[in-house]
Design a protein around this ligand. Structure first.
Ligand code: DAH
Length: 336
């Protein structure tokens, strides 16, 4: 039997092949279920006890020789393949870079500007309750201003809804923090509106809130002016009286865009002015709702639609372009 082992070992050592199938056949013939090495292991039982040690060592050595041979041959094949198929001197494949979505580019830019004057980003849920989206913002049930924002309801009694504005984050933040506070909350909002070139049922807003002692309307105006100068390079703004339930007084901010080109005439309807956001002094009733004493603290808030700003900055005429994600549009924002 020892002779048989020697013979098999010689056979293993002499075996050469560059062919995958042949190597596999070799493997099966030796260490497959019915292979000759496997058979030897089975015969091991019959070996007299005093020879078991020697026999065992030889048979193990044979098995190792087989696996070693197989590995060696397989490696040769793959090395050779690599050499043949890959020309290492050729230039590599170009790395394709993706692009940020314009809404994100502008959102990040706005965050940067407000961060530079001490604002921090605060987050809130997209699925809201009635309190945070409406009631605490001084919009009690049956308040007519609720109709300004057509709401997607998820559940009724108690109401669960998709937030109609990021103002809900103001409430959440004020409930959980103490003044002074300066926050910026970007996020998705939802309105049950018909989709057209100017409106979409899902869009993005950025909300700002500043609460401290002795915050005045002048602070609000300065802050917004700083913002428009940084973002658009335009510092001339005007504030028109407006109405929001959560601010008093409230204003709409226009920035003077100028009338230097045909596009300026078109987008400003010949006035030179463009509306960019709503704002105001936080209504004392809102502060009371979140247990902040309006006698001690005051503050301002503002809110703007990001898509609107994107459209202004990149001269897009249809908001739907920002939701269709046409690769030809997105690719134009590479490296921005
Ligand atoms: N939440 C308002 C909207 O969705 C935007 C807004 C206006 C936010 C005035 C404010 C604000 O914080 O003071 O139209």
């Amino acid at each position: 039997m020892l002779e048989k082992i020697e013979e098999l070992l010689r056979e293993v050592q002499q075996f050469q092949s560059q062919n995958k199938e042949e190597i596999e056949k070799f493997r099966i013939a030796f260490i497959g279920k019915k292979g000759s090495v496997t058979e030897l292991f089975e015969k091991f039982k019959e070996v007299p006890n005093d020879q078991k040690k020697e026999f065992g060592q030889k048979i193990n050595a044979l098995k190792q020789a087989v696996t070693h041979k197989i590995e060696e041959l397989k490696k040769e094949i793959s090395d050779e393949k690599i050499e043949k198929k890959i020309d290492l001197t050729r230039p590599g494949f170009p790395q394709e870079l993706g692009s940020r979505h314009p809404v994100n580019i502008v959102k990040n830019r706005i965050i940067e500007i407000f961060k530079s004057i001490g604002f921090v980003v605060a987050d809130g849920p997209e699925v809201e309750d009635d309190w945070h989206n409406f009631t605490a913002l001084n919009l009690p049930e049956y308040h007519p201003a609720r109709d300004m924002q057509d709401t997607f309801f998820i559940e009724k009694d108690p109401d669960v809804l998709l937030r109609t504005h990021t103002s809900s984050v103001q409430i959440r933040y004020m409930e959980n923090n103490k003044p002074p506070m300066r926050i910026l909350s970007p996020g998705r909002v939802f309105r049950n509106e018909a989709i057209s070139s100017r409106s979409h049922c899902i869009f993005h807003q950025i909300e700002g809130l500043y609460i401290d002692k002795e915050v005045s309307f002048a602070d609000l105006k300065q802050t917004i002016q700083y913002f428009t100068t940084q973002l658009f390079g335009k510092s001339q703004i005007r504030m028109r009286p407006s109405y929001f339930p959560f601010t008093e007084p409230s204003a709409e901010v226009d920035v003077y865009w100028g009338l230097n080109s045909e596009t300026d005439y078109r987008i400003t309807k010949g006035t030179g002015w463009l509306e960019i956001m709503g704002c105001g002094m936080v209504d004392p009733a809102v502060l009371k709702n979140v247990n902040i004493d309006p006698e001690e603290y005051s503050g301002f808030a503002f809110g703007m639609g990001i898509e609107r700003i994107v459209m202004l900055l990149y001269q897009m005429s249809d908001i739907r372009m920002l939701f269709e994600n046409d690769i030809r549009m997105l690719e134009q924002f590479k490296q921005l």
